[in-house]
Write a protein that binds this ligand. Structure first.
Ligand code: BG6
Length: 482
């Protein structure tokens, strides 16, 4: 189908993944144990269990991934055939600093990413790198308390400086913390561990702890931005640092003014991280809210200066779904991500209950542009589904094509009709990988099918899905042919 729109020249059509979800080789070449390495597989009804150590015989799907550590040269060939202009992945912190607090980096880990980046470039694929994508060294969790400890933020800055200096001549686009906004759900231990390395805390302290850890992350992100710009000047390179938000629009459940007010606060709560990243300042409502809650956060004047002087170059975001919220009668408008959501009667859901809302992508882009006036980068969007490999080695994923057709069209309208600057579109995940929330292989997002199941059984062979040919056409027509 013709979309009626074409993206600007140089638009980065690509795909996105994260190291821990596909590399496997979890203990190879000096790699340390990350938080992803102690997460057992779950499924859509059973949350992933986190173990204290790596237990023999446990089903840890991130230990295997899809063995990309060894297969990436062949996989990049398929991605080149797909026509990808960019590929987003993360650098596993534990390959570079296995425990996170070493003095010197692990050369074998650095070399691995040297080779991977070179391989991408040899295939005319531009690397886009996330620095922290749910793979904090586990040692920093158990020994330091994760990002609730300022020292961990210092270790992160050191890690980031090391890799930006090493790859800055070849990598232009960087992001600091993946989906930092997920921590709005501080009442759920999963994002607390994945985003901030917080574990074994008293439940009553969770909210304050989350805000404290987030503050250290925001300062670390600002410092990384500052250092990256300095390194860029030294290397005569063009380096840009972005934040990475999980953009789930929160709509009012009705036209009742109280619902509209609550939805506004829900958006302010979820995206205050974006405010600090993009404007350098905390919003007043949040400072008042902390006071009301009796939270005493360690935020120094020096921190405030660092934040104000080093805002991000661009706003990257993932987009999967939208939510609705109703008034709770609370004058402080406290938004509880666990309890306040309702279903949107206009939207359908995926098999995992994610509400499908293509229009929301255009709404969200306008909302962010009006608020922050920063160029954007869509670095995740996609449809997790059960796919079936036929006897002829085909996968007929028309549902995925339909999802992408509608989302890409809304994105194109935001760019072409609304005039919003967008660097590129990197759908999740190009090739099937392990799901971050459930640890399943069977929740598939790729254009390339990988023959592995939830227990890691299968040949590991790659197959083209119908969506592969379709996305190839989208890219070659620069978004005109959907
Ligand atoms: C985002 C994450 O939340 O969504 C990815 O950045 C994740 O790591 C993706 O894989 C899809 O979620 P899931 O849980 O279906 O893998």
């Amino acid at each position: 189908m013709s979309s009626g729109y074409k993206m600007p020249d140089g638009f980065l059509w690509g795909s996105a993944v994260a190291a821990h979800q596909l590399e496997g080789a979890w203990d190879v070449d000096g790699k340390g144990v990350s938080i992803a390495d102690v997460m057992l597989a779950g499924n859509k009804d059973t949350p992933r269990v986190v173990t204290d150590t790596v237990e023999p015989g446990g089903n840890y799907p991130n230990h295997r991934g899809i063995d990309f550590y060894h297969t990436y040269p062949q996989d990049f060939k398929m991605m080149k055939e797909l026509g990808l202009k960019a590929f987003r992945t993360s650098i596993a912190w534990t390959r570079i600093f296995p425990n996170g607090d070493e003095e010197e980096p692990n050369e074998a880990g650095l070399k691995f990413y040297d080779n991977m980046i070179d391989e991408m470039l040899a295939n005319d694929i531009e690397p886009v790198i996330t620095l922290s994508h749910f793979e904090i060294p586990y040692h920093l969790v158990t020994e330091y308390g994760g990002f609730s400890n300022r020292k961990v933020a210092d270790f992160f800055v050191k890690f980031a400086d090391t890799v930006i200096r090493r790859y800055g001549d070849r990598v232009k686009y960087w992001m600091t913390f993946n989906e930092i906004t997920n921590q709005t759900a501080w009442m759920d231990p999963h994002p607390m561990l994945q985003n901030s390395g917080l574990k074994d805390y008293a439940e009553d302290d969770a909210q304050e702890l989350m805000y404290q850890a987030s503050h250290y992350e925001l300062v670390a992100s600002a410092l990384v931005t500052k250092h990256a710009h300095e390194i860029a000047a030294e290397l005569h390179a063009d380096i840009q640092v972005g934040c990475m938000l999980s953009m789930n629009p929160v709509y009012p459940a009705s036209t009742k003014p109280e619902d509209i007010l609550m939805a506004q606060r829900a958006m302010q709560t979820r995206y205050y991280w974006g405010d600090v990243h993009a404007t350098g300042h905390y919003p007043n409502w949040l400072k008042n809210f902390w006071q009301h809650k009796g939270f005493h956060l360690d935020i120094t004047e020096e921190d405030e200066t660092i934040l104000a002087e080093n805002t991000v170059d661009y706003v990257a975001f993932s987009y999967y779904m939208s939510w609705t919220v109703s008034d709770t009668g609370d004058e402080w408008l406290e938004y509880n991500e666990d309890e306040n959501h309702g279903d949107n009667p206009f939207l359908e859901k995926s098999d995992w209950g994610w509400q499908i809302d293509p229009v929301g992508i255009r709404w969200a882009m306008n909302w962010m542009w009006d608020r922050w006036h920063k160029p954007m980068f869509i670095v995740e969007n996609g449809f997790g589904a059960y796919d079936k490999l036929t006897e002829n080695g085909e996968v007929h994923d028309d549902y995925r094509i339909s999802y992408f057709q509608r989302h890409i069209k809304a994105m194109e309208q935001a760019v072409v009709l609304d005039g919003i600057p967008l660097y590129g579109y990197l759908p999740w995940s190009g090739i099937d990988i392990v799901s971050a929330s459930t640890g399943e292989m069977l929740k598939r997002y790729g254009f390339i099918y990988v023959d592995l199941d939830d227990m890691g059984e299968g040949t590991g062979k790659r197959y083209y899905k119908d969506s592969f040919k379709w996305y190839q056409k989208v890219i070659s027509s620069n978004g005109a042919d959907l």
